[in-house]
Design a protein around this ligand. Sequence first.
Ligand SMILES: [Ca+2]
Ligand SMILES: [Ca+2]
Length: 299
Amino acid sequence: MDDFRVIWCFRALLAKTNPYSISIRFSNILKFIFIFDAVKNPCLLNNPALTMTVLIRSLTLLILPAFILTGCHKDEGKFTPIPEPLVKPVISFTFTGANAWAPAAVSFSNTTTHAAAYKWNFGDNHTSTEGNPVHIYAEGGTYIVKLVAAGSGGTDSSTQVLTILDAPTTLKIKSVVLTGCSFTNSWGNYWDPTSGPDIFFKITDSDTTVLYDGFALIDSNSAPAHLPLVWSLPTAYTIHDFSEYKSFKIYDYDFPDPDESMGQAGLTPETYTTAQSHYPDSIKINTADVFITLVVKWQ
Ligand SMILES: [Ca+2]
Ligand SMILES: [Ca+2]
């Protein structure tokens, strides 16, 4: 755009009340400037409204008679537009979620300026054109993240390095905490009518193979007020295969009869190895019969 027309109308000058107003209509104009004669009238420098008033009053004296005779008069003004300077993108971004076990979700915060389009290369053969993407790194490693930004002033790019830790290979069960259970069996009878149940746990596979017997940690003569029952394992039980189901079975010790099962709950550890459910320090599992919290350590 080289120049443009300004059409003003002095209809407002016909009004007999102050202050005078003037409307100026522009077409397809993004920027404009007014130039006032501040040398002759320094007080006008910071008062464009006053300048317009003085200008209008002066013009009124000269032109108003002609308006009265001819009606609204159109005039043209010519201004020099100020072109928008073209600035290259100034790339800036931060991220959170790195230095975590894989798979890890890393959130990128894009603070680039003078850009309208972006392309991310996360360094693991994945890309994105979002402004502020969240990317899940599936495996541990060191990755070079590159952001390319494009704007009216051109394109530019910047890189940063981030590290994702290799996924843990073991899950250690440090404590089994019974937070809830029924103190009556399915017939509505107390497990141990005279003294309350003597509660302990076993860890088994999906069948009946006992992997860990917690009998040594038994809580004898329990009552609801004793909950939660906290069983801290002297030696943590270690799970290596995250795809195998583990059952935590709760018993009332009966002698000489077989132990009475009060219920069970279990987990498959890989459920907790996603970017969303990301290696929690405690895991809650339950069925209708028992509620258990496992205090664990991944490594
Ligand atoms: Ca019993
Ligand atoms: Ca008992």
